[in-house]
Design a protein around this ligand. Structure first.
Ligand SMILES: Nc1ncnc2c1ncn2[C@@H]1O[C@H](COP(=O)(O)OP(=O)(O)O)[C@@H](O)[C@H]1O
Ligand SMILES: [Mg+2]
Length: 304
């Protein structure tokens, strides 16, 4: 076969395409991939609509460092009330780092430093008087791997309300446990075995238990870091339905490596690349008509 150079979007000779369409698209793909990976594509700011009118969380000029290494560069973003924002991008682009800065989970990582202005309902998240314990109840988190405590199903959910002093009487706790498990779509599956260990549940049930545990302390925001990556497709579908239901009462930020999941569960999508926020738009725009070349390269699977 003759070697040829194609510019992106330029079709090769017809006979070549029919002779070897896979090769043609491979050439085109690698051209886009090379351009996307090319550091000459400078990300100077965020394109699209990073801000919104009814922001629950508001981040301005956020920089995050691990020691000397900068993992997040000048990111500004609003997360709207009762909205699901998906954060996508290649592995290592800073999604988890950014998510953890929203409820000060990065404080627990030695050498990690967060700069910038981050507010929850207009109040500074990193203010000098902020107590991180109630903050993390207001901004709860669900992790990649379900991590129930080595306690009963009941105690997993009752633990937070107890330590936060939300409830102490058994009747109050019973009510919170039942409501939280109902909201997490788990009640019917566990109501007859509340005294059994949470770790004895299936992976998908454990993740819903962790969501119930987060809900039990009446959070306002739920952060989810790849909550379905350890789950099978059926358990994943169940969690995705749940996210849509939870949106009525909570504001949700979800990191996902699945673009299909981002498209299914979110209203807005944020695309990160090498620690920068490249593009934020309504989810449909990001997946059908992305503004930035890097977003396009990523969502078409040519990159990352
Ligand atoms: N605890 C840590 N200590 C030092 N560097 C870290 C730590 N966690 C993440 N990083 C670095 O920060 C960058 C962003 O990582 P991360 O936020 O985990 O990305 P993502 O979630 O998008 O895969 C990477 O370069 C990663 O190596
Ligand atoms: Mg991550």
């Amino acid at each position: 076969m003759t070697t040829m150079t194609l510019n992106a979007g330029e079709a090769g000779p017809a006979e070549d395409q029919t002779a070897n369409p896979a090769s043609e698209s491979a050439v085109e793909q690698s051209a886009v991939k090379a351009r996307a990976a090319n550091t000459n594509i400078e990300v100077t700011g965020t394109v699209g609509s990073p801000f919104c009118d009814d922001a629950k969380l508001s981040m301005r000029n956020v920089n995050v460092f691990y020691g000397e290494a900068q993992a997040i560069h000048d990111v500004s973003l609003d997360i709207g009330r009762n909205q699901v924002v998906a954060m996508i991008g290649p592995s290592g682009c800073g999604k988890s780092t950014f998510l953890r800065s929203l409820n000060r989970m990065n404080d627990t990582i030695e050498g990690c430093r967060v700069e910038g202005e981050l507010t929850l309902d207009g109040e500074a998240i990193y203010g000098p008087k902020v107590d991180v314990v109630p903050l993390r109840a207001r901004v709860g988190m669900v992790f990649q791997k379900p991590n129930p405590f080595p306690k009963s199903i009941y105690d997993n959910v009752a633990y937070g309300p107890k330590i936060h002093g939300i409830a102490s009487r058994r009747a109050e706790l019973d009510e919170i446990v039942e409501n939280s498990l109902r909201r997490a779509g788990l009640w019917n599956e566990v109501k007859d075995r509340l005294d059994k260990p949470g770790t004895g549940l299936s992976g998908g049930q454990q993740q819903r238990l962790c969501i119930a545990r987060a809900i039990a302390v009446s959070p306002e925001v739920i952060l989810m870091d790849e909550p379905c990556s350890a789950l099978d497709p059926i358990a994943t579908a169940r969690i995705e339905e749940l996210i849509d239901e939870l949106r009525q009462n909570y504001t949700i930020a979800i990191v996902t490596h699945s673009m299909q999941q981002a498209a299914r569960v979110s209203q807005r999508t944020a695309y990160f690349h090498l620690g920068k926020l490249v593009e934020v738009n309504d989810t449909e725009t990001v997946f059908t008509n992305p503004e930035h070349e890097l977003t396009e390269a990523y969502i078409t699977g040519r990159f990352g």
